[in-house]
Design a protein around this ligand. Structure first.
Ligand SMILES: [Zn+2]
Length: 131
């Protein structure tokens, strides 16, 4: 899964890429779906996902007994932290996976869960399961 997300981040560089994380109810990510970065301005440090696309993907996931558990996006030449802008636009029920990407490829990735008021986000451990 990370290979797919890393590839997306490298392809989009120097712009941000974004996508959805499809998971089981236990938050085990089993699939990722690329989304188009619909942000109308410069895409180097912003991304926007079309709500209709999100809704469609969510519906398709639930037909497979799965859920959209989170959103991933890349930070070109910037650390894998959740920015103020990210937090302001976050949904508290999703996990936010941020991938730091530079000219030479991806560097780091961190997952964040915003609190209810979107004032801060806690880092969430990422466990890689084989198979
Ligand atoms: Zn961001």
């Amino acid at each position: 899964m990370f290979d797919e997300i890393d590839a997306h981040a490298r392809e989009a560089y120097p712009e941000e890429c974004c996508g959805l994380l499809i998971a089981t109810g236990e938050k085990k990510v089993v699939d990722c779906v690329r989304m188009k970065n619909e942000y109308p301005g410069p895409k180097q440090d912003r991304y926007h996902i079309d709500p209709l696309e999100l809704y469609r993907t969510d519906r398709a996931a639930s037909q497979r007994g799965l859920v959209v558990a989170g959103i991933y996006h890349s930070h070109p030449d910037y650390p894998a932290t959740l920015s103020r802008f990210d937090l302001d636009h976050a949904f508290p029920w999703y996990s936010y996976l941020v991938v730091s990407v530079g000219r030479g490829g991806t560097n780091d990735r961190k997952s964040w869960t915003p609190n209810e008021k979107r004032t801060r986000a806690a880092e969430e451990p990422i466990e890689v399961v084989e198979g």
